[in-house]
Design a protein around this ligand. Structure first.
Ligand code: HEC
Length: 126
């Protein structure tokens, strides 16, 4: 009888461990799909463009190297003559990030498109 209880307890413990492992592994890899880069969607400076700068640009463009791309400074730094103009492809800023060898590997195709669409939508501080 005692032996049987021991066996039941062992099975119970094993089930709890399996449930815990399953539970952990099922929550492990939740990936949220990135918003598609749709030219007709509205692209926002604060939530779409600034995060690109925060991730890969402000290591260097943090006040000393022009343009200053830190949050709160970047929009003003970009609105200087010729940097942003229509159509977006002719903007010095867009040309810089798409053709300068220093910058080419740093922005992804999606990031370049977001910047282009944002410029073409008027480059507003939205
Ligand atoms: C490793 C350091 C470094 C990183 C990271 C970097 N830059 Fe630069 N950037 C420079 C340097 C140095 C210059 C000046 C020399 C040149 O034009 O290549 C420059 C120049 C520029 C210019 C031209 C400035 C002018 O006055 O004409 C722009 C625009 C620019 N960077 C944007 C960006 C953006 C946007 C990112 C992020 C996607 C970025 N940079 C990331 C170092 C960097």
């Amino acid at each position: 009888m005692n032996q049987k209880l021991k066996r039941i307890r062992q099975i119970f413990v094993a089930l709890v461990i399996i449930a815990a492992v399953e539970g952990f592994s099922s929550c492990e890899k939740i990936s949220y799909p990135e918003r598609p880069v749709d030219p007709n969607a509205t692209w926002h400076f604060q939530t779409d463009i600034q995060p690109i700068f925060n991730g890969i640009c402000i290591n260097c463009h943090n006040g000393v190297q022009s343009p200053d791309l830190r949050s709160g400074k970047s929009y003003q730094a970009l609105t200087r003559a010729g940097f942003l103009k229509l159509p977006g492809e002719t903007s010095l800023f867009y040309i810089q990030i798409t053709t300068q060898s220093d910058h080419i590997p740093r922005t992804t195709a999606a990031e370049k498109l977001k910047i282009l669409y944002w410029i073409n939508q008027g480059a507003i501080n939205n």
